[in-house]
Design a protein around this ligand. Structure first.
Ligand SMILES: Cc1ncc(COP(=O)(O)O)c(C=O)c1O
Length: 382
C-alpha cells in the first residue's frame, strides 16, 4: 500500500489549460487571473476576490495595506502555521499569541480579551483543519475593541457557518492553493473581502503600486508609481490550473467528508487516542482538511514510533502543527517562551498525528489505514 498524506489531483483539463496559456503570449496580467477571481467570488459568495501568489503573501499584503508597523499588535493563534505570524511580523508589527481550545485546536476565544492591549489592531483566526472558528463571537470582541478581523482560511475552502462561507465573517479571508490543500494552483492564494476600496488598494499594492494595470495603459510601458508595493501577483499559468480545479472542489469536498466519516467510525473506541471533532450540520460545516488524531498524554512520547510503524505500512502522515508557533526558535528567541501560556496548543502539537482524508484516498485505503493504526495501538496499549 502507498497512501501519501497529500497528492494533488491534476487531470487532463488542467494540463490542457496550462498548455493553452503556454502556447499564447500572455503569461501574466491576463484574463485568467481575473476569471479565477470571479469564479472564487461565485464559489464563496464574496463581492470581491484578489488573487495573490500565496496565502502568506495575501496576509502580508493585507497588513501592509493597513499600514501596520512597529507600534502595532495582531492577536494570532499559537496553534497555526508559522505563515500566520510571519505575515504580521514582516510589517514590523508584533504577533501576540493566544492558546488553543483543547477540544478543537481553534483559538481559545475566552483567552483573546486578556491579550488585547492599546496596541492591538487586529485579530487573526485560523480555521484549524477546516473546522470553522465561532466567528460571531470573534466579531463581538472585534466590535467591542474596534479591531480588524483576518480569517486565515488556508485550510478552509468549503467551510461554512450558517451557510455563509468562512472568510466572509471577518474583514478579509485569505486562502491557500499550495499542493496539499483542498485544491491547488501549485503556489497561489486568494483574498476575499467586502470593502471595495480595500480591494482596490490591495490590487494596487500587489503590483508594485503602479497606477495603471497592463490593460489600462494607453501607451505600452508608460505608467507612474503611486505607492510602495510588491510583486505578489498570480500568473496566468497558476490561474489556469485554479479555474479547472475549483470546478472539482465540490466533489473533492464530498470525498473528504465521506473519508472522514468512515475513518471516524473505524477509530471509535480505540484506546489511547481521540479524534478532533469535525462538525458537519446545518449550523457549522467543516471542510475536513485532515483527521487530527490526538494521543493520550501518557502515549505522546510514543508518537514517533507510531508514525514510523504507519510509514512502514505505506501510510503517509503529517503533524499539524509541529510546534506552537511561539515555541519555534525564531519566535522563542525574539519573545521568550512561557509554556504555561500555551498548554493546549502544546498538547495538540506534541500529541497529534494527522491522517489524510483527501480525495486521492479510497474507502478501502481508509479501512486499511485505520486497521493498521488500531493494531499498532493495541500493541502499544498492551
Ligand atoms: C493556516 C495556514 N496559513 C497559511 C499557510 C501558508 O500558505 P501558503 O503556502 O499559500 O503561503 C499555511 C500553509 O500550510 C497554513 O496552514
Amino acid at each position: 500500500m502507498n497512501i501519501p498524506f497529500g497528492m494533488p489531483i491534476i487531470g487532463e483539463e488542467e494540463k490542457l489549460a496550462v498548455m493553452k496559456v503556454l502556447e499564447g503570449s500572455i503569461l501574466v496580467h491576463g484574463p485568467l487571473a481575473t476569471k479565477f477571481e470571479d469564479d472564487f467570488c461565485k464559489y464563496t459568495g464574496s463581492p470581491y476576490s484578489v488573487s495573490v501568489s500565496s496565502c502568506t503573501a495575501g496576509m502580508h499584503l493585507v497588513y501592509f495595506a493597513l499600514g501596520y508597523g512597529p507600534n502595532d499588535e495582531v492577536i494570532i493563534p499559537a496553534q497555526t502555521h508559522v505563515a500566520t505570524a510571519h505575515a504580521v511580523e514582516l510589517t514590523g508589527a508584533r504577533a501576540v499569541f493566544v492558546d488553543a481550545e483543547l477540544t478543537t485546536g481553534n483559538i481559545d476565544i475566552d483567552a483573546i480579551e486578556a491579550a488585547i492591549t492599546p496596541k492591538t489592531r487586529a485579530i487573526a483566526v485560523v480555521h484549524y483543519l477546516g473546522v470553522p472558528v465561532d466567528m460571531p463571537r470573534i466579531l463581538d470582541i472585534a466590535k467591542k475593541h474596534n479591531l480588524f478581523v483576518v480569517e486565515d482560511c488556508a485550510l478552509a475552502p468549503g467551510a461554512k457557518i450558517d451557510n455563509i462561507h468562512v472568510g466572509l465573517y471577518g474583514d478579509v479571508g485569505v486562502f491557500s492553493f499550495y499542493p496539499v490543500k483542498h485544491f491547488t494552483t501549485a503556489e497561489g492564494g486568494m483574498i476575499i473581502l467586502k470593502d471595495e476600496n480595500l480591494a482596490k488598494r490591495l490590487r494596487l499594492l500587489k503590483a508594485f503600486g503602479v497606477d495603471k494595470t497592463y490593460s489600462e495603459r494607453k501607451e505600452p510601458g508608460v505608467y507612474d508609481t503611486v505607492a510602495l508595493g510588491f510583486n505578489y501577483r498570480m500568473s496566468e499559468i497558476h490561474a489556469a490550473i485554479g479555474i479547472e480545479q475549483i470546478k472539482k472542489l465540490p466533489l473533492f469536498l464530498e470525498k473528504r467528508r465521506e473519508n472522514f466519516e468512515l475513518l471516524k467510525k473505524n477509530l471509535e473506541e480505540v484506546r489511547g487516542l481521540r479524534l478532533l471533532p469535525q462538525p458537519y450540520n446545518d449550523k457549522k460545516q467543516s471542510c475536513h482538511y485532515c483527521a487530527g488524531v490526538i494521543l493520550d498524554e501518557n502515549l505522546m512520547s510514543r508518537r514517533g514510533e507510531i508514525i514510523t510503524k504507519l510509514g512502514q505500512k505505506g501510510i503517509g502522515t503529517s503533524v499539524y502543527y509541529p510546534q506552537p508557533v511561539p515555541r519555534m526558535t525564531y519566535y522563542k528567541e525574539k519573545y521568550g517562551y512561557e509554556h504555561a501560556k500555551y498548554p493546549n496548543a502544546t498538547r495538540i502539537s506534541d500529541g497529534n498525528i494527522a491522517l489524510t482524508v483527501a480525495p486521492h484516498v479510497t474507502p478501502e485505503q481508509i479501512v486499511f489505514m485505520t486497521n493498521e493504526l488500531k493494531a499498532i495501538m493495541k500493541d502499544i496499549n498492551g
